[in-house]
Design a protein around this ligand. Structure first.
Ligand SMILES: *Cc1c(COP(=O)(O)O)cnc(C)c1O
Length: 388
């Protein structure tokens, strides 16, 4: 027997012990908001009140921590609630976030519209310019480096190991938003990141039926110190996930490995098929040899994920027309579900960053490639492109 179970074995068994009372193979969902102690001050297994802790949420957190190779995980009501908790737990007014200039629009909106009003500033920049990142982090107020890789929707891949070194040399913390890659494809803690954040709404939930977020921290003393701060923030503010949401997320996580294998295979097939198509200017997918960080992605990730962006020769009108012409690719926000989704970021997910440094090209469509039969997906896109 190997000492460490593999990814999918962890996903199915860790935190999912057979129920002690009835032997239920699937642990029960605990809806109770309050817990009776064995006398005053004598809590049973540490639970007293649902905001502070809930066994179903704990089961998810144990599972998540194991899958990221970490020691502490916190499940939140949304990805942005998780991000907010990180910023408020770890930064103070007068400090600054250094971040990629192609971060998820909602993350930038949170930092720029909410946190900046409370005195935490942000500096978006090109994360591939390591000298610029280092120069920014040399300033004492720059306390946190925020990395999203692959990025949304430009699919830029950032060198986590290199940026962890730069951050730590400057006494800054490195946070990696691992939503696109998932722990199955990329494990930022093992590459030096201090904090991993997820929108579990996407691949981890995996079925477009539950909104959630997570913060995962590593195993050393510094991580334990960060965990105490995040735990207190979560307890005192209360942006926790509810029991049913936690349960659905746990159920999604159990099949993450098999789903990701299929997402990756389908996305690669689509990227390869449409690269060079006369209506397409550029296909952005880290698995293509033409991707500027293809080698880095190969080294850093197990596989290249299910997200593909395409830029159309016909500009904005062509992008809008194709976005509305597919059958299986459903025009909708979000990503990471079993069904394929089509998104026009300029006006949908990234509308809030129009006119800023984070604006997305007007001819770009973002595809969340689902796990349907890939020939149907290729035909669907071919038909939509033929209509131009
Ligand atoms: C969706 C998303 C978020 C925000 O998560 P919510 O669950 O929608 O709050 C953060 N980062 C990335 C990369 C995302 O795709």
């Amino acid at each position: 027997m190997s000492e460490q179970p593999g990814f999918s074995t962890h996903a199915i068994h860790t935190g999912q012990e057979v129920d002690q009372v009835f032997g239920a193979v699937v642990p029960p969902v605990h809806f109770s908001t309050t817990y009776a102690p064995d006398g005053i001050g004598n809590l049973r297994n540490g639970y007293d009140y649902g905001r502070a802790g809930n066994p179903t949420r704990t089961a998810l957190q144990v599972q998540l921590a194991a899958l990221e190779g970490g020691n502490h995980a916190f499940s939140f009501g949304s990805g942005l609630a998780a991000e907010d908790a990180i910023i408020r737990a770890l930064l103070r007014p007068g400090q600054r976030i250094v971040m990629g200039n192609d971060a998820y629009g909602g993350s930038f909106r949170l930092f720029d519209k909410i946190h900046s009003a409370w005195g935490v500033a942000n500096t978006p920049l090109d994360l591939s310019d390591h000298a610029r990142v280092a120069a920014e982090l040399e300033n004492d107020d720059a306390a946190l480096l925020w990395v999203e890789t692959p990025s949304n929707p430009l699919m830029a891949v950032t060198d986590i190991t290199a940026l962890a070194e730069i951050a730590h040399a400057n006494k800054a913390l490195l946070v990696v938003d691992n939503t696109f890659a998932t722990p199955y494809l990329q494990q930022p803690l093992s590459l030096g990141a201090d904090v991993v954040v997820h929108s579990t709404t996407k691949y981890i939930g995996g079925h477009s039926d539950v909104v959630g977020g997570a913060v995962v921290l590593g195993s050393d003393d510094a991580a334990a110190d960060l965990a105490e701060k995040v735990a207190f923030q979560q307890f005192a503010v209360g942006a926790v996930s509810g029991p049913l949401d936690a349960y659905l997320t746990t159920r999604g996580l159990k099949t993450l490995g098999v789903r990701m294998d299929r997402h990756c295979a389908n996305a690669a097939a689509i990227a390869e098929h449409f690269e060079g198509h006369p209506a397409i200017e550029r296909v952005l997918y880290p698995g293509l040899a033409s991707h500027p960080q293809h080698e880095l992605a190969t080294a850093q990730m197990r596989n290249f994920g299910g997200m593909v962006s395409i830029q159309l020769v016909g500009g904005e009108p062509a992008a809008r027309k194709v976005a509305e012409a597919t059958r299986f690719f459903i025009l909708a926000e979000s990503l990471g579900g079993v069904e394929s989704l089509m998104n026009y970021p300029h006006e949908m997910t990234h509308a809030s960053v129009r006119g800023t440094e984070l604006a997305v090209p007007e001819n770009l469509l973002r595809l969340s490639v689902g796990i349907e039969d890939v020939t149907d997906l290729v035909e669907d896109l071919e038909r939509a492109l033929a209509g131009l």
